[in-house]
Design a protein around this ligand. Structure first.
Ligand SMILES: *Cc1c(COP(=O)(O)O)cnc(C)c1O
Length: 431
């Protein structure tokens, strides 16, 4: 049996040495993987219960066109998201193009000229720079008279409560909290930490809207930020909650008024949630959400495996091999452009689609340096599928995420290591 498997790895391009190192590492992670499966089991029940409570029926899987009046599948799906995340309401739409779009809609729907936006957790995700106007951009919130303030995390990753208290003023309207570290080397926030921060903020002014950018965080823990006080949570369906099956989409879940405000912005004032046809994607949204807890578990196992594989080879990794997890992203600092390129080429070479393609760094819209991306995905740019991104700037880190199955995530990581070895960029440890 073992030899058969080793033989198959060899056929697909993994040397015996790399495979044995992977087997060794996997054996040491069994306890950890068991905890992840327990978490996935809990979240699977949570989703099924939400589907049952809201009476999802076969008719919900049908499609609508045009205005999409009385689209029962769409309306019920939004109730399923709301029940799962413990919110009053949700907007889950294929008309939301990506995570940045969902965040832009939630922000601009709930902010008015003269209001101030506060980020108490350092700089948000790069693509939000232009949404907010941190980098000046046409149509930014700043152009519409919404000001922005930011309080950085302390060097140890904790909240700077004193500065946050001082930053909150009469104009402050909405506080945006990014759960995942994104393209930064700060730690990802746990749901518990987010809850503590929101309690602190609401104690200062209970009317502030607390919004969480929940990208990459869904189903990693048993609770979502909306269950610890967030008024709004926002994410992308081509990340965790789409389960790899949603071909597009985003969600905004939270208090009824805030979700409605977002819907008026996404569609039109006065129309809001009542319209918006689903064009045949509803079934994949349901199926993807149903699979999302176990797909997220596969991605988490991949992230933990990668951390342990590369940590032992001497590369700095965030989170480290033992830390608890609050999102599915793994950062590995490889220290040189060549290593970043080799790593990404390995991920690409392990893909089911476009494995022959050789990724190159390029100047992507929304990013401030060249970025190399590896993604042989069924859905373009889907990062719940196995993928890696590396901004071509020091300290030359790769951000690795996804994997619809654990076996595929494992292959991708072994292939990345294989490529690094072939380029003499790494030495395997002796036994
Ligand atoms: C991915 C991501 C976004 C943006 O989502 P896109 O779908 O790439 O537009 C925003 N915030 C965080 C934390 C993300 O991980």
């Amino acid at each position: 049996m073992i030899n058969q498997k080793a033989e198959m790895y060899k056929k697909i391009g993994i040397s015996r040495k790399v495979w044995e190192y992977g087997e060794y590492m996997e054996k040491h992670l069994h306890r950890r993987f068991h905890q992840i499966d327990e978490n996935a089991e809990y979240n699977q029940l949570k989703v099924i219960r939400a589907m049952q409570e809201n009476c999802v029926k076969e008719a919900c899987l049908y499609t609508s066109s045009g205005y999409g009046y009385n689209d029962v599948g769409r309306d019920t799906l939004e109730k399923v998201y709301a029940s799962t995340f413990g919110t009053e309401d949700a907007l889950v739409r294929p008309q939301i193009v990506c995570g940045t779009h969902a965040l832009a809609v939630a922000l601009s729907g709930n902010l008015r000229p003269g209001d101030e936006l506060l980020s108490p957790v350092s700089k948000p995700y790069d693509t939000l720079d232009e949404v907010i106007g941190i980098r000046s951009s046409r149509g930014s919130l700043s152009e519409y008279g919404v000001s922005y303030r930011q309080v950085n995390l302390l060097p140890d990753g904790s909240f700077d409560y004193e500065k946050i208290r001082k930053a909150i003023n009469d104009k402050t309207k909405l506080v945006t909290i990014q759960r995942s570290k994104g393209y930064q080397l700060r730690p990802t926030l746990s749901v518990q930490q987010i809850g503590e921060l929101i309690r602190f903020i609401k104690n200062i002014r209970s009317d502030l809207i607390c919004m969480v950018d929940n990208c990459y965080g869904e189903f990693v823990e048993k609770q979502e930020p909306s269950e610890v006080g967030a008024d709004l949570i926002v994410g992308s369906l081509i990340k965790n909650p789409g389960g790899g099956l949603a071909p597009i989409g985003g969600y905004i879940a939270g208090g009824k008024k805030y979700v409605e405000n977002a819907a008026y912005r996404l569609i039109a004032p006065g129309l809001g949630k009542e319209i918006g046809s689903t064009l045949g994607v509803t079934k994949s949204f349901y199926r993807g959400f149903f699979l999302a807890p176990s797909v997220t578990a596969a991605a988490l196992k991949g992230a933990i495996f990668a951390a342990n594989i590369y940590e032992r080879l001497g590369f700095p990794v965030v989170p480290d091999g033992k830390e608890s997890r609050h999102d599915i992203i793994q950062t590995i600092t490889l220290g040189s452009p060549d290593a970043v390129i080799a790593f990404c080429r390995g991920i690409q070479a392990a893909a089911p689609i476009d494995s022959h393609v050789i990724p190159e760094p390029w100047n992507m819209p929304g990013y401030d340096s060249d970025v190399i991306m590896a993604a042989g995905t069924f859905v373009q740019g889907s990062s719940i599928e196995l993928s890696a991104d590396g901004p071509m700037k020091p300290p030359y880190s790769v951000y690795f995420q996804g994997g619809l199955t654990w076996s595929h995530a494992k292959l991708g990581i072994l292939m990345s290591l294989q490529k690094l070895l072939e380029e003499n960029l790494v030495v395997l440890p002796g036994k």
